[in-house]
Design a protein around this ligand. Sequence first.
Ligand SMILES: [Mg+2]
Length: 292
Amino acid sequence: MGVLPAVAGYNVCHISLVYGCHIVVILSGYLLAHPTHNEVHIMKKHALLFSAIATVALFSSAAFAAKSANVCQAKTYEMGLRYQQQSAEIAALQLQTYHFAQQRLAEILRHKKDHHKLAVVMDLDETILDNTALLVRDMQNCHDYTHWDTWSDWEVKGHPRLIPGAKAFIEYANRRGVNIFYVSDRYKKNKKYTMHTLKELGLPQVKDDHVLLYSTSKQQRREHIRKHYHIIMLMGDSLPDLSAIFKNKKGTHYNRELVEKNRKHFGRDWIVLPNAAYGAWTKAKLRAWHEQ
Ligand SMILES: [Mg+2]
């Protein structure tokens, strides 16, 4: 339901309530001025009827008001989703990031003789896969997608699109003999569907031991990879895709300080993709300019 129909519904109920009360008042006024025995009976009967109408209208009106509050909350995601899904700028940023990552990978590989123990670790959602179609559908249904209760169904039946530049980068790493690990917190129970999605999109190295979904923490999965491979690059839209130091609940201010302390990694072995649709930052307080 959109905001306008919700407001219209609220108004209808409000009008019903006011109209019902007016009838009760007018009728009561007339009958009180001319009180015969029969009319007193009619007055009681109609007063009860209109009280009932007014009560129903009152509750309906409250229900509409509550529902429209929910509508507004889900709609607050719209601007971020519009940027993430539709802006030309996001496509340019994604291409730019992957072009840069490829240049950086080529530079790293120039100094490595043997590539078969080298690994690139990549997150999936909003790094390789664009899932915004699900998020837009949920938002349009006034459903808060950050509850993630529609996500599993999407993993099974959805058709995410590729993030611009992702496939070309992964194919390049594959051609250069680098191992690609897809490390994601998608459901392990849906692994066959996620692997099918990746294969359908034509991505290389989609093998059981190269697709590591949610079981242990991402850090533990990275440590597992490090037992046999040297990770030369990590890519993700969320900072915990890069290091466990960002897996905390200390807020954006703390994590921005961590980013500053670890600045040497960014653009070297840590590559970040933009995601305006969701993330740990969504509840952060905004800072305003207060003119003196
Ligand atoms: Mg992601």
